[in-house]
Design a protein around this ligand. Sequence first.
Ligand code: HEC
Ligand code: HEC
Length: 130
Amino acid sequence: MAKYGLSAKVYQTYVGDFHGRSASLYAGQTKAAEKVIAVCTDCHGFHEITRTDAAGSGVLKANLQKTCARCHPGAPPNFPAAWLSHYEPSPKKAPLVWATALFYKILIPVMIGGLVLQILLHLWRVVVNK
Ligand code: HEC
Ligand code: HEC
């Protein structure tokens, strides 16, 4: 995919997202047949799959709201913007989502490390340094 200048992470980003998560969770279950799950062909089509920038493409920005509205009735024009498509958050794409994830990646180890350090210091005070 990367060789043709296409995002090589379309599958990972799909599976990491709500639609793909559902597809993975319901995989192989009989319940899956009753449930509406958005798979690749729901957005990209079947025989009519084209370049994402072709005029008739269901995933072209101009047609995207209509594609989503098939399952999300009443989706407003800015509905597709609520979703990251096949992109991963980065400083350029969705910087707020990227920064929030980074913040927690730093905060959580510091908090847990601090707690463990505090417990160890307490033990040291109680046991060694009375
Ligand atoms: C909910 C709708 C949706 C689903 C489901 C979906 N896609 Fe997409 N896909 C899009 C949209 C929208 C774009 C256009 C992104 C853009 O141009 O910004 C896109 C773009 C792509 C591209 C072009 C990437 C590029 O860099 O131009 C490929 C390839 C692709 N999808 C493959 C897949 C595959 C494979 C699956 C299933 C595993 C899938 N898509 C599932 C909506 C979807
Ligand atoms: C084939 C049906 C289908 C299509 C097409 C579809 N979705 Fe969904 N979407 C769902 C279902 C069903 C859920 C509930 C989660 C689940 O079970 O997968 C969902 C969940 C979501 C959610 C999570 C919030 C919520 O309402 O549950 C967002 C955001 C979303 N979709 C955006 C989009 C966007 C943007 C598009 C168009 C690019 C799109 N969807 C196209 C079926 C679809």
